[in-house]
Write a protein that binds this ligand. Sequence first.
Ligand code: FMN
Length: 189
Amino acid sequence: MTMRDLVLKNRSYRRFHQDAPVEMETLRGLVDLARLSASGGNHQPLKYFLSCDPETNAAIFPQLGWAAYLKDWPGPAEGERPAAYIVILGDRGIRESFSPDHGIAAQSILLGATEAGLGGCIIATVRKERLRQALSIPEPYEILLVLALGTPKEMVQVEAVGPDGDIRYWRDEQGVHHVPKRSLEEIIL
Ligand SMILES: Cc1cc2nc3c(=O)[nH]c(=O)nc-3n(C[C@H](O)[C@H](O)[C@H](O)COP(=O)(O)O)c2cc1C
């Protein structure tokens, strides 16, 4: 796969084959890609909580917000939920601010997941205090992002932003998820 193919395939997937397991060793390999990625001042303040068992997954899922533009869709139904999660944490014992390290880490992880035939979604809409309690994450760690992972069960199609300039993603009658992207001409000054 070329880099362009990998980036194109690396879409935000929100429906999964929940019963297709993701092994802990796979999650560790993905975190290793994040470990090797760029970090401001090379402080490397990020830590990771990994989940791939049904009980822990069930504790994480209710704390996540899905696809805000799909108003009539409350998120993936039972059977289509992520098979694994990587929670990205900021270690305040190392630094007080973490951005953009967690974005870079998330992209490395998701590109690795895509290469491995998996898919995922970055989730920033997180009930952080509830998730902290559910997972017993100690105070020094700030919850930054949750990455939902699994074997995708949906088609996602990139398309050009239309003349109305609407950037909201949408889902058609066949269940295909459409993601409008701005043109190169628009984004390069
Ligand atoms: C920082 C960040 C936070 C995001 N948070 C959420 C979220 O809380 N819930 C969700 O369903 N998707 C979330 N997404 C996914 C975006 O909606 C998605 O990237 C966007 O619609 C474009 O689709 P694409 O990733 O396939 O290009 C987030 C993405 C990023 C980069």
